[in-house]
Design a protein around this ligand. Structure first.
Ligand code: NDP
Ligand code: DGY
Length: 315
């Protein structure tokens, strides 16, 4: 039996490999220009390679694109739709893990956890000092969420346990979420000016690219902490570097950067008021297993011409 050819952004997670074994033939990403390209039926995106018109033009037999993750800013969904190619993703099942990571970053930045960890391991730590590494209070402080969707709601829910008033800003008010979570809708500028923590949980789109730039950072409190668990380009990295260096905001915590990874000599990496993680939002055994199952199911359904479990609609 000939297996359908699927080009994948490798290396694949072992759970994905196991689920695909014997069902498709995996080709590496550079097979896009290889001898089998006209027979490629599926595209499996794992990291964030750009899937645009020029790529789609090279794969005339493509029947489905499956993304291991919810964010599809790297896939030109409209161009795929114009060719009748469905795009699948994995929404809903990673919200809890990603919100947990958002809170881990928030707490780490506020309470000097990373600097403290380094110090506690170093020879410099010879004696407790009540004056060192004083951080910022978390409980009772105001959290502003930009993008109160699936993940943002989970963040808001966690904030309630910390007695934090929650503000949010979306393009549209969500009164059901307000009632369920006790969150208050405010304009973008007001959220920036009044929040002690600003958490980004919106998708990367033309409208959100660079929304946290010089002006937005200047509106934030000098004691505020920015947490980004959405996508790197939502934040202007040069503006953030300036704000953290000049300490016009207190700290930032980033799960995602632009580019990702940052160049090893990027000035942000030298700052002690930055906490940074290598895109770990959904990285738990349980969540990654579910992402593997859903993304593989999307792929196999698309190859079979069936509706996907989760299809991203253009727009
Ligand atoms: P949802 O679509 O459920 O929520 C996104 C929210 O953002 C919506 O409430 C939407 O509301 C709001 N939004 C969209 N555009 C804007 C805008 N211009 N200004 C303000 N708010 C806006 O998405 P998810 O919660 O499932 O995921 C969000 C993003 O998180 C993903 O796209 C992905 O990039 C990122 N992510 C990161 C992970 C990580 O590992 N760090 C893990 C998983 C996801 P409205 O439409 O009313 O504007
Ligand atoms: C997502 O699901 O969008 C994560 O960022 C993994 O790419």
């Amino acid at each position: 039996m000939t297996l359908p050819f699927v080009i994948a952004d490798t290396p694949l997670a072992s759970a994905v490999n196991e689920l695909l074994a014997g069902r498709v033939e995996i080709l590496p990403w550079d097979a896009i220009d290889g001898p089998h390209r006209e027979r490629v039926a599926g595209l499996y995106t794992y990291g964030h390679p750009l899937v645009d018109k020029s790529l789609l033009d090279r794969l005339p037999g493509l029947r489905v694109i499956s993304n291991y993750g919810v964010g599809v800013d790297h896939i030109r969904v409209g161009q795929a739709a114009a060719r009748g190619i469905p795009v699948g993703n994995t929404p809903g099942i990673l919200d809890g893990a990603t919100a947990d990571m958002g809170f881990a970053l928030l707490l780490a930045a506020a309470r000097c956890l990373i600097v403290g960890d380094r110090y506690a391991r170093s020879p410099a730590f010879t004696r407790y000092d009540p004056g060192y590494m004083l951080g910022r209070e978390v409980h009772g402080q105001t959290l502003g969420i930009i993008g109160l969707g699936r993940i943002g709601r989970q963040v808001a829910q966690r904030a309630r346990g910390f007695d934090m008033p929650v503000l949010y800003h979306n393009r549209r008010r969500n009164e059901e979420a307000e009632a369920a979570l006790g969150a208050r809708y405010v304009p973008f500028d007001e959220l920036l000016a009044t929040s002690d923590f600003v958490m980004l949980t919106c998708p990367l789109t033309d409208a959100t690219r660079g929304i946290i730039g010089r002006e937005a950072l200047a509106r934030m409190k000098p004691t505020a902490i920015l947490v980004n668990i959405s996508r790197g380009p939502v934040v202007d990295m040069a503006a953030l570097t300036a704000a953290l260096t000049q300490r016009t905001i207190y700290a930032a915590a980033l799960d995602v950067t632009d580019p990702e990874p940052l160049p090893r000599d990027h000035p942000l990496l030298a700052l002690d008021n930055l906490v940074i993680a290598p895109h770990l939002g959904s990285a738990t055994h349980e969540t990654r297993q579910k992402m593997a199952e859903i993304s593989v199911e999307n792929l196999l359904r698309g190859l079979a011409g069936q509706p996907l479990l989760h299809e991203v609609l253009p727009g």
